[in-house]
Design a protein around this ligand. Structure first.
Ligand code: SAM
Ligand code: ZN
Length: 373
C-alpha cells in the first residue's frame, strides 16, 4: 500500500480497509504526532543551532526518521525487527534520502549506550520506560517520548502503572492528565539518576497516547531543580475536590476539606510543574506548514495548549454538573462565569468538556450554578 505523509512517499505492507490504511509498521492515526514532531524539531533547531543528530529509536516504516532527514537532520533510524529495517531502508531510497540517514538493526538500548545523539525520539509500543535510562545517559538536548499505555498511566490498570512508572497513579475524572503527570514524573526521576534535569516544553494527551518533549540540562543542579516539581495529588472521590502538595513524601488528607467525606485518593509522585513552554508552543504552531496532513488540527491543539491555565489537574464540566445534579450549560458561558468571579479559566485540550481553572470545586460551583438551572 502506498502512503504519502508530510511530502514523503512510503510503501508499507497492508491494505486500505474502508478508506483507512491498516499496517503493522505504519499507524495513520499517529500522523498528528509526527506532524508536531517535525514542527517541534524545526523550532528547537532554530533555538539550539547546534542540534544536528536525531535518533528515530523505533522506526518501523521509517516515516519519522525519513521526514526528519528530508528536513536536514543527521538521522539514525533503528529497529529490532529485520522486516522494519528493510522497509525503512527501502523507504529512504524511495525518497532519495538513503545518503542522509542510516538504519541500524539493533536493540536501541544497546545503540544508545554506544553513541550520543542531540535528539532522541522514543516511540515504542506501550511504555517508554525500558528505554528511558539509556536515553538519558546518551541524549544531549531534547528527548521526545510517546507512551501509548494510557490505562496503566491513568490508574485504570493500577499494578501495571505502579510497575512501569514507580509511582501511584489514580483513576480520576482527569485521567488523561493523570497520565501526563505520572509519565513526566517518571521521566524526571530517570533523568535525575544521570544528573540530567528535564523541562517539558510541549506535552499533549491525544487519543490513547501521551507525548512529551523534554529539554535536557545535563547538570546535577538542574536534576535537583526538576525534582522540586514533584509532589502528590489528594483527590476526593465524592465531591471531586483535589489539592496538591510538593515534596517527595506524601502527607495524605484524612478527610475532604470540602465535603467532609473520607473516600480520598493519593496519587504520586506526579509532576506538578508546567508541561508546556507557551512561547515555544506558539513557535511550533507557526512552524506547521499548510502542506501537513493534520495542519489545522495540530495548530488548534497548539493554540489550546498555549492558553491552558497552568494547573496540574483539569476538570470535566459534565462530570461536575452530574455530581451536582445540575444540567451542564455551554462551555463558553461556564468559563465566562468563572472569569467574572475573578478566577483564571480556560478550555483544556483533554476533551471538549474539559477545562482548567485556579478555582476549587466549591468555588467553581458558587461561580457557575446561577447559570446552570
Ligand atoms: C510503535 S512502532 C514505531 C512507529 C514509528 N516510530 C512511527 O512513527 O510510525 C514501535 C517499533 O519499535 C520497535 N522496537 C520494539 N522494541 C525495540 C527495541 N528494543 N529496539 C529497537 N526497536 C524496537 C518495533 O519493532 C516497532 O517497529
Ligand atoms: Zn469531598
Amino acid at each position: 500500500m502506498r502512503v504519502t505523509e508530510g511530502g514523503i512517499d512510503l510503501e508499507v505492507p497492508g491494505e486500505q480497509t474502508e478508506g483507512v490504511e491498516e499496517s503493522v509498521f505504519y499507524n495513520p492515526r499517529q500522523e498528528l504526532n509526527r506532524d508536531l514532531t517535525i514542527a517541534t524539531l524545526r523550532t528547537f533547531r532554530e533555538r539550539e543551532e547546534r542540534a544536528e543528530s536525531y535518533l528515530d529509536a523505533m522506526t518501523a516504516s521509517g516515516v519519522r526518521g525519513i521526514r526528519a532527514a528530508a528536513d536536514g537532520w543527521d538521522v539514525t533510524c533503528c529497529d529490532l525487527e529485520a522486516d522494519a529495517v528493510d522497509l525503512a531502508r527501502e523507504n529512504l531510497e524511495r525518497n532519495d534520502l538513503a545518503d542522509e540517514a542510516r538504519v541500524e538493526h539493533r536493540n536501541v538500548n544497546a545503540l544508545m549506550h554506544d553513541e550520543m545523539f542531540d535528539v532522541i525520539d522514543l516511540d515504542p509500543y506501550g511504555t517508554p520506560m525500558p528505554f528511558a535510562d539509556a536515553a538519558f545517559a546518551r541524549c544531549r538536548d531534547l528527548l521526545c517520548v510517546t507512551a501509548t499505555d494510557t490505562a496503566p498511566l491513568c490508574g485504570a490498570h493500577f499494578n501495571s502503572g505502579v510497575r512501569s512508572y514507580s509511582a501511584v497513579p489514580q483513576n480520576t475524572d482527569y485521567h488523561p492528565e493523570m497520565g501526563v503527570r505520572i509519565l513526566v514524573s517518571a521521566l524526571a526521576r530517570s533523568g535525575a539518576r544521570f544528573d540530567v534535569g528535564v523541562e517539558p516544553i510541549l506535552t499533549h494527551a491525544t487519543s490513547h497516547y501521551v507525548r512529551t518533549y523534554l529539554e535536557l540540562d545535563r547538570k546535577a543542579s538542574a536534576a535537583d531543580a526538576a525534582l522540586e516539581h514533584l509532589g502528590h495529588i489528594y483527590h476526593c472521590e465524592d465531591c471531586l475536590y483535589r489539592e496538591t502538595e510538593h515534596g517527595q513524601v506524601a502527607d495524605p488528607l484524612e478527610s475532604c476539606p470540602h465535603c467532609g467525606g473520607n473516600r480520598l485518593l493519593t496519587a504520586g509522585p506526579v509532576w506538578l510543574g508546567p508541561v508546556q513552554d507557551t512561547e515555544f508552543v506558539a513557535a511550533v504552531r507557526s512552524a506547521i506548514p499548510d502542506a501537513f496532513g493534520t495542519a489545522e488540527k495540530a495548530r488548534e491543539l497548539c493554540e489550546t495548549l498555549e492558553a491552558e491555565v497552568d494547573e496540574p489537574t483539569h476538570y470535566d464540566q459534565h462530570k461536575l454538573c452530574k455530581n451536582w445534579g445540575l444540567p451542564a450549560n455551554a462551555m463558553d458561558e461556564f468559563l465566562d462565569d468563572l472569569r467574572e468571579a475573578g478566577y483564571a479559566a480556560s478550555p483544556a485540550h483533554y476533551g471538549g468538556t474539559t477545562f482548567k481553572t485556579d478555582a476549587s470545586v466549591g468555588e467553581i460551583r458558587a461561580a457557575t450554578e446561577g447559570s446552570l438551572e
